[in-house]
Design a protein around this ligand. Structure first.
Ligand code: FE2
Length: 209
């Protein structure tokens, strides 16, 4: 059974003017698809091809001989999760239990946004900024390259892709502007809240039928 590229949850132009259709054409249609293709080639005719994407990531994590599999599997997962973290007319503030947890951890939604923004801006080179849940509390982290919370026993709630391919066509080198726009205009707080209440953040289907 092969891994598949999940559908985008919106049209390629749906995030304009904040993220252009051209960026999503490349980022979803080329980069994300390439990670899927690479992963399928790497696990072809091995026991890993029958595992879930999450189990591939967990098996390959920390094993130097499986770094290529880990990197591609994690990037497949990270991008699927990232697309769901955004929505047209997103941004604003979280509500309910999620808002309460964010205020408990950071003092206010605004303070959370500033700390998340700083994490995303200060990630050196390629990587990801995250809001994660651990031991009932929410906290911010950042990871390099393909690394992700699942490899560290943590549950992801929100992520922002800070690889240059995520923003260079629209923002060139202005990563801070991209991250500010992500927070103010794009975050899908309903999706983030749904991850908080789920058993795990591993609910996106990646296997072809
Ligand atoms: Fe990306």
């Amino acid at each position: 059974m092969t891994f598949k590229l999940p559908d985008l949850p919106y049209d390629l132009s749906a995030l304009e003017p904040h993220i252009s259709a051209r960026t999503l054409e490349f980022h979803y249609g080329k980069h994300h698809q390439t990670y899927v293709n690479n992963l399928n080639n790497l696990v072809k005719e091995t026991p890993m091809s029958s595992l879930t994407l999450e189990n591939v990531i967990q098996q390959a994590a920390g094993d130097a001989s499986q770094m290529g599999i880990f990197n591609n599997a994690a990037q497949v997962w990270n991008h699927s999760f990232y697309w769901n973290c955004m929505t047209p007319n997103g941004g604003g503030s979280p509500e309910g239990a999620l808002k309460e947890k964010i205020i408990a951890s950071f003092g206010s939604v605004e303070k959370f946004k500033e700390k998340f923004r700083q994490a995303a801006i200060s990630q050196f080179g390629s990587g990801w900024a995250w809001l994660i849940e651990e031991n009932g509390a929410v906290l911010i982290s950042k990871t390099s390259n393909a690394d992700l919370p699942l490899a560290h026993g943590q549950k992801a709630l929100l992520t922002c892709d800070v690889w240059e391919h995520a923003y260079y066509l629209d923002y060139q080198n202005r990563r801070p502007d991209y991250v500010t726009t992500f927070l103010d205009e794009l975050v899908n707080w309903d999706f983030v809240a749904s991850q908080l209440s789920s058993v795990s953040s591993n609910s996106i289907a990646h296997k072809a039928l």
